[in-house]
Design a protein around this ligand. Structure first.
Ligand code: BES
Ligand code: MN
Ligand code: ZN
Length: 491
């Protein structure tokens, strides 16, 4: 279901809509802008606030039926004390989710004094919350059908740039939709070839350059590390390159790199069966790259961007790599494979080497790389590491702006001791502690000649628990971090 996002510049009281969501803070008095609406709808909003039925706490909500001719229902949503990062996005997301669940079909959204960013965040939030994955379910019997949310109107007041803000919001929302859908699709449907086709579709839509390389090409490139993972599966691995040229000819691009494991069983170092099905999301980094490319192309940003994806599956089989094997990556470095479940870094190693061909101004990779990042930061913060502090800070700022906050972990040389090997240049895992950092140290061995930041999104790209604003499943991370970073670099 596509969600049509539009804007309304007048009084929200005039909106004939089945549902108007009002995002309110906990500290504000009754907003004057809502006086007409409250009067026209029987005074219920004012009473609810005055009598403290609704306090405006974060995530709090109260549904009111109105009596007037404008909105039929009003949904009050709390944002807590302001200013709070991501408050509008979160409130809009809750609104979108509730509206979709209620089956009202259409909704409107209002928050006091939205600026252009706020309008964009509202658009993104609503579509984040209203998103649902139903394409693999049979259609319900006609009597049980609910109406998915198909249209949302954002009350924009009288600000300049509302149209652009809305267009930006649509662009990000569409990028996230693509990323979440790919992440949700199971491994038997979303194969490396399927991801390659999704990339071609984006390229075709926006006239991007697109190259897809298979097993034979990877051999030619000498990508022994990527191929080691891919040797366990009969599916053709894919190295996917998308080139967006919105900047000056020959200007160095930003490179976005994604881990695209369509399924990660662990290989010979096989994972426990419990919750192994979640490993279909191990291509969330790749999905994020594709989603970001879609959004960037829609926004027509004046910058060159190359998207790189390494995609395969990690399977145990008679042909799979084994613990103890030594392989050679495309930069000539040798790797002793200790644990075949540390496969993402093996794939990324060769893709990161390949990225240097583009002489990029910066490289950001996103990968569901380590369970350790979930232990360290839970489902709330992206793990951020890199070889250049200014770039790390820039990416952290982009993540904050995009509502996908990250937290830096130290890439200190002390940790690198852990990946020393007796037989090769390095081994693919460290010892017990600091798993996210040793994984990043491994990647750093393949990032010669450019500034690089690594995003470990294993805890944030999808959620096994319902997160109030976002249902179980893929979250859209890291699409917005990518987009905000690239936007910040565009001229
Ligand atoms: N895809 C996993 C990381 C992961 C684990 C994501 C749990 C989400 C939840 C990755 O390929 C992996 O298996 N990493 C291992 C590394 C270990 C063998 C050093 C891990 O984190 O357990
Ligand atoms: Mn693994
Ligand atoms: Zn993995």
């Amino acid at each position: 279901m596509t969600l049509v996002l539009s804007s309304h510049a007048g009084d929200p009281a005039q909106l004939a809509t089945p549902l108007l969501a009002l995002a309110l803070s906990s500290d504000a008095k009754f907003p004057r802008a809502l006086a007409a609406l409250d009067a026209a709808s029987g005074g219920g909003i004012g009473r609810a606030i005055k009598q403290r039925d609704f306090k405006g706490n974060r995530d709090e909500s109260l549904l009111l039926f109105t009596t007037g001719r404008g909105p039929q229902r009003v949904l009050l949503i709390g944002m807590g004390a302001l200013p709070a990062a991501g408050a509008v996005t979160r409130a809009a997301s809750i609104a979108g989710r509730r509206a979709n669940g209620m089956g009202v079909g259409k909704m409107a959204f209002w928050a006091d004094g939205l600026d252009a960013r706020g309008v964009e965040n509202a658009a993104v939030g609503i579509s984040l919350g209203a998103w649902e994955f139903t394409e693999l379910k049979s259609a319900p019997a006609s009597g049980e059908k609910t109406t998915p949310l198909s249209a949302a109107v954002i009350c924009v007041g009288k600000i300049a740039g509302a149209a652009v803000a809305l267009a930006n919001g649509r662009a990000v929302a569409e990028g996230q939709r693509i990323a979440r859908r790919l992440a949700m699709l199971p491994g038997n449907i979303c194969t490396p070839s399927y991801i390659a086709q999704a990339a071609r579709d984006i390229a075709k839509r926006h006239k991007l350059g697109c190259s897809v390389y298979g097993r034979a090409d990877l051999k030619k490139f000498g990508m022994g590390s990527f191929l080691a993972v891919a040797q366990g599966t009969p599916q053709d691995p894919k190295l996917i390159v998308l080139e967006y040229r919105g900047g000056a000819k020959g200007a160095p691009p930003v490179a976005l790199v994604g881990k695209g494991l369509c399924f990660d069983s662990g290989g010979i170092s096989i994972k426990p069966a419990d919750r192994m099905e979640w490993m279909k999301f191990d291509m969330s980094g790749a999905a994020g790259v594709l989603g970001a490319m879609e959004a960037i192309a829609r926004m027509k940003l004046k910058i060159n961007v190359v998207g790189l994806v390494g995609s395969t599956t990690n399977m145990p089989s008679g042909t799979s790599m084994n613990p103890g094997d030594v392989v050679t990556a495309s930069n000539g470095k040798t790797i002793e494979i200790i644990n075949t479940d540390a496969e993402g870094r093996l794939v990324l190693a060769d893709v990161l080497v390949y990225a240097a061909r583009f002489k990029p101004q910066a490289v950001i990779d996103a990968a569901t790389l380590t369970g350790a990042v979930v232990v360290a930061l839970g489902n709330t913060a992206v793990g951020v590491l890199g070889n250049d502090q200014a770039l790390v800070d820039e990416v952290l700022a982009a993540g904050r702006l995009g509502g996908e906050p990250g937290w830096q972990l130290p890439l200190w040389p002390e940790y690198k001791e852990q990946i020393k090997s007796d037989v090769a240049d390095m081994k693919n895992i460290g010892s017990r502690g600091a798993g996210t950092i040793t994984a990043a140290h491994f990647l750093a061995e393949f990032t010669q000649g450019y500034q690089w930041v690594h995003l470990d999104i294993a805890g944030t790209a999808y959620t096994e628990a319902d997160l109030v604003a976002i249902p179980r499943g893929p979250t859209g991370t890291p699409v917005r971090t990518f987009v905000e970073f690239v936007r910040g670099r565009a001229r």
